[in-house]
Design a protein around this ligand. Structure first.
Ligand SMILES: [Zn+2]
Length: 206
């Protein structure tokens, strides 16, 4: 299970899940394009309407290694409440969508929705090539609506050396604060990276 970078590292991985807000997906993509900061997106295929129209721009960032795509299941499934066959089908459906739209595999990174996992779900994921179950040790708290001041407080608390920071492309609140997040990364002399860079993996063509 992955919760953080190795001890002593100044790396930080911004990991952005879901994507049900079109404005938010656009805002994060523009942030990546303009800041050059690496971002790992973990989209759900049920939100293909927000991701697919931006596939070309995302692909060019994926090709340079600045953006990485991880798997977060097709339908934002709670794995603990699902039977084995359903889990398999949902992870695989998202992998197929990611390969088709972004031209890469998401393996070996799977983030279980809600962080809900156990040995059974980890084994099913591993059988599908998802051997790195990606949790987090910092959050922007924005899976749903959030007050901007609260979000920025969370950013100040959690944008730290070694952090895997969880954010969501769901609530546009974060969009006005991304420059602040970027400034925290710079002021604190952190090294923003994708999960591939943090853990020494690489992308194969899907
Ligand atoms: Zn999620």
């Amino acid at each position: 299970m992955l919760y953080a970078a190795a001890e002593g590292s100044r790396q930080i991985a911004l990991t952005i899940d879901d994507g049900y807000s079109d404005d938010c997906v656009e805002g994060y993509l523009r942030f990546a394009e303009q800041s050059g900061i690496p971002v790992t997106f973990l989209p759900n295929g049920i939100y293909a309407d927000t991701w697919d129209p931006r596939a070309e721009r995302l692909r060019s960032l994926i090709e340079t290694g600045q953006v990485q795509i991880g798997n977060h299941t097709m339908s934002h499934l709670n794995l603990l409440e699902s039977d084995n066959a359903t889990i398999r089908a949902d992870i695989e459906a998202n992998e197929q969508w990611i390969q088709r739209v972004f031209g890469v595999t998401a393996r070996p990174y799977l983030r279980p929705p809600y962080g809900a996992r156990d040995d059974r779900t980890d084994r099913i994921a591993a059988d599908l090539g998802y051997t790195r179950i990606t949790m987090w040790n910092g959050t922007l708290g924005d899976s749903g609506a959030i007050d901007p001041a609260v979000l920025m407080d969370l950013a100040r608390t959690h944008v730290q050396p070694g952090a895997i920071v969880l954010g969501h492309a769901n609530s546009p609140t974060v969009l006005g604060l991304l420059d602040g997040v970027r400034d925290l990364i710079i002021e604190r002399d952190l090294q923003p990276v994708t999960l591939d860079t943090m853990f020494g993996t690489s992308r194969a063509q899907g």
